[in-house]
Design a protein around this ligand. Structure first.
Ligand code: FAD
Ligand code: ZN
Length: 470
């Protein structure tokens, strides 16, 4: 691609080394995790401060240049990848990676948006605090991306979605103006809560450059069990029992099918089967408390004892130390990655009311197996939040491309069942480019119209992350 005449101007603003125009330098920014999108761009810009982001955006706005913000590039709906037309500039937030302030007394932290989630977790730990957001991509996703997608993950049960963890934001608007809303107040009822629009806004309304976030007491005691069960009905009953007995001490509850555990045993380094026998389904259950005095292990054993008596549970392994807790989570967090080794996988990131999960799983599995005989459903995830990653691997030995050609039709089947249960067709990953056409089917006209009006108010020229979400 030809060098854009604007590249020199951007080089003056952020330094020539931070304007990537060579194909080899751009490559990591143009492909994504699922290989569904292959982007094209004239340049990748890597500003190093909020002021530089503002200067870049001011120039881009004046010159009608389209811009795509990118964080850790782990998004699963293509929102961070420039379109194949090549007329969108990638703006990477990776160099905005400073921790600006940590306040263990007020339980808050202020960081720039390019800070990697795992780094943020470690910064909190240094002052004996917890930043609870946790997901499989935490070694590379950035807090700005997490906020823009309102990421969920495995600690939503106890701490909520990313939205629940944000106290304030600093944002560069599509026009280049800076909004400093970096408050750390727990209570603030002064009119519209503008930050909420950027949380989950998928980079369509502004570029998040920094955030003030909530911290929590670091758990002093953590216990986990890897539980074998006959079916999701038993898993749901175990969840109800655990939630009723442990309340907020129940900090994780994830479901996995045998086939997913087998994929991990075959393809994930360091994965070992926690249980001796084989079980059709598994639950990873975690309990934790901020108090040393709380009898967490007794509570966990009590819950599982009751579940055994009720015939819900076939077997359970208790983690004997923190490293075993991590071994259990290693399997759960590896569950997406290992599916790549089994050929094509058609994905659904859906939620239904928690009580409907078993029925949904029965119906959806039967429907996809009827549609593509031999396909292998690998549904797993956050059963405690009613959110299942209903992924379906190709039949053994099938042609990958031919199988993936069923993507839209299989989506329609599964999403139809989701709708019957009053569920959502994007529980965690957002809309981006992948689900843009589906949005019209699930939102009322008035909702779409209001969203369009908000977009126009923030981005009158439609230059920031165009053709994402709306
Ligand atoms: P990117 O992929 O770079 O961007 C995502 C979107 O946000 C794009 O639209 C982009 O334009 C926009 N954006 C990025 N940074 C900014 C910014 N600073 N300002 C404005 N807009 C911005 N998601 C979950 O919710 N729960 C999970 O459990 C989960 N598990 C995952 C496991 C794996 C293995 C992988 C690969 C992904 C997983 N995801 C999960 C999806 C993904 O990790 C999250 O969506 C994550 O929050 C994206 O962060 P990122 O920094 O990689 O953002
Ligand atoms: Zn998830």
């Amino acid at each position: 691609m030809e060098r854009s005449p604007h590249a020199d101007r951007f080089a003056e603003i952020i330094g020539a080394a931070n304007v990537l125009t060579a194909k080899s330098d751009q490559a990591p920014y143009l492909t994504e995790w699922r290989d569904l999108y292959q982007g094209v761009t004239t340049m990748v810009l890597r500003p190093g401060s909020t002021e530089e982001v503002s200067a870049v955006m001011t120039y881009a706005y004046q010159n009608n240049l389209k811009v795509v913000p990118q964080g850790g590039n782990t998004g699963l709906v293509g929102g961070q990848i420039p379109q194949e037309t090549g007329d969108e500039i990638v703006l990477s937030l990776s160099r905005l990676n400073k921790v600006r302030a940590v306040d263990p007394v007020g339980f808050t932290i202020i960081v720039e948006s390019g800070v990697v989630l795992e780094t943020l977790q470690n910064e909190a730990e240094k002052v004996d605090r917890l930043f609870p957001l946790s997901l499989g991509a935490q070694g590379s996703c950035q807090i700005g991306g997490n906020i823009s997608t309102n990421a969920g993950g495995t600690s939503v049960l106890a701490y909520g979605n990313t939205r629940d963890l944000v106290l304030g934001l600093e944002v560069v608007l599509p026009t280049g103006e800076i909004w400093n809303g970096l408050r750390t107040l727990r209570k603030d009822n002064t009119g519209y809560d503008l930050k909420q629009l950027f949380i989950g806004g998928e980079g369509t309304l502004g570029i998040i450059t920094a955030a003030s976030l909530k911290l929590f007491p670091k758990p002093k005691k953590m216990e986990a069990a890897f539980v074998g069960l006959p079916d999701p009905h038993a898993a749901l009953r175990l969840f109800t029992l655990a939630k009723a007995q442990a309340g907020p001490v129940l900090t994780g509850f994830e479901i996995m099918p045998r086939i997913g555990v087998e994929f991990c045993l075959s393809h994930l380094d360091g994965a070992r089967d926690p249980l001796e026998g084989s079980h059709a389904w598994y639950v990873l259950m975690e309990l934790s408390s901020g108090s040393d005095a709380f009898p967490v292990r007794d509570l966990l054993e009590g819950i599982l004892g009751d579940a055994f008596e009720d015939g819900l549970v076939e077997d359970a392994a208790f983690a004997q130390n923190l490293s075993q807790v991590q071994d259990f989570w290693h399997i759960r967090h590896g569950m997406s990655e290992v599916q790549k080794a089994e050929g094509g996988s058609i994905k659904h990131d859906v939620s239904v009311p928690v009580a409907s999960i078993p029925e949904f799983l029965d119906k959806a599995a039967a429907a996809v197996e009827a549609f593509v005989p031999g396909c292998r459903p690998v549904p797993f995830g956050h059963i405690g939040d009613g959110n299942i990653h209903f992924n379906v691997s190709q039949p053994v030995g099938a042609d990958k491309a031919a199988y993936l050609a069923n993507w839209d039709d299989m989506n329609a089947i599964v999403h139809g069942i989701v709708q019957e249960f009053g569920g959502s067709i994007s529980a965690e990953h957002g809309i981006g480019r992948l689900k843009r056409s589906l949005l019209k089917e699930v939102k009322a006209d008035i909702e779409l119209d209001l969203m369009q009006r908000i977009k126009s108010a923030f981005d009158p020229k439609g230059l920031l992350n165009p053709e994402r979400v709306l």
